[in-house]
Write a protein that binds this ligand. Structure first.
Ligand SMILES: *Cc1c(COP(=O)(O)O)cnc(C)c1O
Length: 422
C-alpha cells in the first residue's frame, strides 16, 4: 500500500463488530483466569498484555502504523523523543562503550549524549558530518557500538548523507541509528538507504497539533547482531532476568525490539500514555496531507526571506543554492520539512525586536506544528551565553528558527513583511 493509505488504514484493523476508531485501553492491568497463563507472559513464553509499564494495546497499534510507514519489523512507542533516542542506544550500549554521532543534532539529544549518558559511562563522540569518509573511519574504536545522526538536523536543517554513514557503520560491524523526526517517513525512509534503526520525536510532525509528547523506536530487522555477537552481548548471550533466554536466538529479527520492551520498558518505564497514543494516531491520519504543505510554505517563506535586505542568510535545503540541496534532492526529492533557519542583520536585541513585532507567528519552544512558530536562541534557549560564546556554539546572535505551519503562505509572508516594515 502507498504511504497515504497506510496513514489512514495502518495500525488498527477492526474485526466484525469492533469499533471503527482505535479504542483507548486506559488500563494499567489485564485479568487472567489461571496462574499458569500469567506465568507464561512473565517468561515471554506467550504473547499478551499484563501491565502498561511494559506494553499497552493502544500504543502497540499506533507503533505498528509507524512501523509500516518506515518499512520496519518492530516498533515501540515511548513517552518522548528523548526517551526514544536513549532507548535506541542504551539497548545496545553500556558502560565502557563508545558511540559516534553527528554533531549537528538537536540540543536536547546532545545534552543526553554528552552529559547524562557520559555519567552512565557511555562516551558519545560528536563528529562533523561533512568530513570525508576516510576521516570519519579513523574515529571508530574497538568498543564503538553504534553510529547516530539526524536525517534533517534541528535547528540547523543540515542533511545527513545516510548512505555514507551506513557504509561506515557497517564496515565497522555496528548499526546506523537515524532520528527521522523532521522529514517523517512521508519524505524520507532511512531504511531504504541503509539505516538499521529509526527514531522519532512524535511530538513534532507526526502529532502535528502540539498536543502530546512522544517518541518511537523502529527496527528494520536488517542488522545481523549474531554476525557481530561479541559486540552485542546483551542480545546474543543469556539474559538472567528471563531465565537465560537469548534474544536473537529466541526472537530472531524481533530480538532488538523484544529486548527493548522486556528490559528497558520493564526497568525504566518511559511508556507512552494510551491517550497520547490515540492523539498521535489522529495526527498520523493526516501526515501525508500536511507534510507537502509545510514544505510548500517553507520554500515560499525562504524565497521571501532571501529577497529581504534585513536578512543576512537563510538555511533551507529546499533552496537550490543551499549547501545541502544536492543531498536533499537525493534523499528527499518530494520535499524536506517546514523548518528553516535565518539570521537578521544587527544585534541580538534587533533579532528579539523583530520577533516581538510578529502577530500570529508566535514565540514558542516548539517546532513542526500546524501553527507557524518562531524561536530566537540568543534570547531564549542560549540567553546565558555571551556573543563570543554564541559564536563558539555555532549559534549566531541573529539566528532565528522559524517553523512554517500549514496556514496560507501569503499570510505567513505578510506577517514577516509587516515586522520588517517597522
Ligand atoms: C524535539 C526533538 C527530539 C526530542 O523529542 P521530545 O519529544 O521533545 O522529547 C529529538 N530529536 C529531534 C530531531 C527533535 O526535534
Amino acid at each position: 500500500m502507498k504511504l497515504d493509505t497506510i496513514c489512514i488504514q495502518g495500525g488498527w484493523k477492526p474485526l466484525n463488530g469492533e469499533p471503527r476508531q482505535l479504542p483507548i485501553y486506559q488500563s494499567t492491568t489485564w485479568r487472567y483466569a489461571t496462574s499458569e497463563e500469567m506465568g507464561k507472559l512473565f517468561d515471554l513464553e506467550a504473547p499478551g498484555y499484563f501491565y502498561t509499564r511494559l506494553q499497552n494495546p493502544t500504543n502497540d497499534v499506533v507503533a505498528d502504523k509507524i512501523r509500516e510507514l518506515e518499512g520496519g519489523v518492530g516498533a515501540v512507542l515511548t513517552s518522548s523523543g528523548q526517551a526514544a533516542n536513549f532507548y535506541a542506544l542504551f539497548n545496545i550500549a553500556q558502560a565502557g562503550d563508545h558511540v559516534l554521532s553527528a554533531a549537528s543534532i538537536y540540543g536536547g539529544t546532545s545534552n543526553l549524549f554528552t552529559v547524562t549518558m557520559r555519567k552512565m559511562g557511555i562516551e558519545v563522540e560528536l563528529v562533523d558530518q561533512s568530513l570525508p569518509e576516510e576521516e570519519l573511519a579513523k574515529r571508530f574504536r574497538p568498543n564503538t557500538k553504534a553510529v547516530f545522526g539526524e536525517t534533517l538536523s534541528n535547528p540547523g536543517v543540515r542533511v545527513l548523507d545516510i548512505e555514507k554513514f551506513a557504509r561506515l557503520a557497517h564496515a565497522h560491524g555496528v548499526p546506523l541509528i537515524v532520528d527521522n523526526t523532521f522529514p517523517t517517513p512521508i519524505h524520507c525512509r532511512p531504511f531504504e538507504w541503509g539505516a538499521d534503526i529509526v527514531t522519532h520525536s512524535t511530538t513534532k510532525y507526526m502529532d502535528g497539533h502540539a498536543c502530546q509528547t512522544g517518541g518511537v523506536v523502529v527496527d528494520s530487522g536488517n542488522f545481523d547482531w549474531d554476525a557481530h555477537a561479541e559486540k552485542f552481548p546483551g542480545l546474543t548471550t543469556p539474559d538472567d532476568s528471563y531465565h537465560g533466554i537469548v534474544y536473537t536466538k529466541k526472537f530472531g529479527k524481533m530480538g532488538y525490539t523484544t529486548k527493548l520492551v522486556a528490559q528497558l520498558m520493564r526497568d525504566l518505564g518511559a511508556q507512552a500514555s494510551p491517550f497520547s497514543a490515540f492523539l498521535l494516531n489522529l495526527g498520523l491520519e493526516t501526515l501525508h496531507l500536511r507534510m507537502p504543505r509545510h514544505c510548500e510554505n517553507a520554500l515560499a517563506v525562504a524565497k521571501f526571506l532571501k529577497s529581504r535586505p534585513e536578512v543576512e542568510w537563510v538555511n533551507y535545503p529546499g533552496l537550490p543554492d543551499d549547501k545541502d540541496h544536492a543531498l536533499a534532492q537525493k534523499y528527499m526529492p518530494d520535499g524536506t520539512c517546514g523548518v528553516l533557519a535565518f539570521a537578521v542583520k544587527g544585534t541580538r536585541e534587533d533579532a528579539g525586536r523583530f520577533i516581538d513585532r510578529l502577530r500570529f507567528v508566535s514565540i514558542e519552544t516548539h517546532v513542526a506544528d500546524s501553527r507557524t512558530c518562531v524561536l530566537h536562541p540568543a534570547s531564549h534557549t542560549h540567553r546565558q551565553l555571551s556573543s563570543e560564546q554564541l559564536r563558539a556554539a555555532g549559534v549566531p546572535e541573529g539566528l532565528i528558527r522559524l517553523s512554517c505551519g500549514i496556514e496560507a503562505a501569503e499570510d505567513i509572508v505578510a506577517d514577516l513583511e509587516q515586522a520588517f516594515g517597522k
